[in-house]
Design a protein around this ligand. Sequence first.
Ligand SMILES: Cc1cc2nc3c(=O)[nH]c(=O)nc-3n(C[C@H](O)[C@H](O)[C@H](O)COP(=O)(O)O)c2cc1C
Length: 363
Amino acid sequence: MRKMTAIFFAAVLSISLAACENFLDEPGSNTAPSSESLPSQEISVLEEASSSGQDEEVDRENILVAYFSWADNAILAEDVDAVASPSVIAPGNVQELAGWVQEETGGDLFAIRVTEPYPSDWDECLARANQERGDQARPVLQEQVENLEQYDTVFLGYPNWWYGVPMALLTFLEENDLSGKRVYLFCSHGTGGLSNSVEIITEAIPNATISNNIFDCYEEEASSSQGDIQSWVAELGYTSVPEREEKTAGTQLSVAWGENQVIYSLNDSSAAQSLLEQLPLTVAVEDYSTNEKIFYPPQELDTSDTPIASGGAGTLAYYAPWGDVVMFYGDYNENPSLFELGQIVSGEELVAQMSGSITIAAA
Ligand SMILES: Cc1cc2nc3c(=O)[nH]c(=O)nc-3n(C[C@H](O)[C@H](O)[C@H](O)COP(=O)(O)O)c2cc1C
């Protein structure tokens, strides 16, 4: 069905190139723009966005995932003859992508819905969308985002419609002021790629910071794009909380040297996660004071969401000012810079004897 609509759309495009002035602003605009083809002012906005972009992990309380998809803007026909009459199919491509973005980021999902649904028939939908485009219409939306000010990051999803965006997306952008917000675009399209959509959106929200890391996928590949969405969202620095907790909580860490092994159980902190991401490691263990064995992981750990160490002997901790991981075999005083990574599970009596080169790995 998707394939057929793609072929059909390509055929419509080639006929319309010659026949319909309204269809295209310019010949060849049905190819995705490269960054070179963007006006220079837009490039600087986009590049600035990417360099000020995300690092490791970001607050996900303030994310909105807003999207438009034909499938939830049409009356779905039950018994459609898919061969003779191409028609809308649920879930929509962008709807599916948006669901995965939401799952990954934990953001709030908002479907942009018009009050007057589009025809579920392909030809009729194309015709109405084209009419709206020609008229520069602003279709009325069913509802607005509540408390828009609480969001500072918006993932904005849309299909390519007539080399640009559905006009309802522009209604949305005019009614919901995204100025000052960080915006990530994701798009599903036919053979036209992103076409002019990025320029249109950039023009509509000049005061938002639009990342140039845009996710787009061909319509036939949308339904198998969950992994790609996960990678994209992770690349932007949005690792979901549940995923992180699943990864670290109760994960065991082995510290081995010679014939000996000590096992720790990690907590679900961001610092434990940062340590896990650097494993396996083989490093030199050092003595510190009379109650600690320490080692230095190659990279600093992220302590943003990590409790202060308080567990006494057997604690695995991180001393942020020096960037060393500490294995306590005696009591210690609490310290606001000393963060807890986990607790010993076995081999407690061996910690004091640890020496030389140790290998740390997830057990
Ligand atoms: C009214 C309409 C216009 C479209 N115009 C284009 C276009 O200009 N270029 C393109 O590549 N795809 C175009 N498409 C195809 C959609 O972008 C593509 O099928 C997308 O995956 C649909 O996502 P959705 O299912 O979430 O609506 C159009 C589709 C429709 C319904």
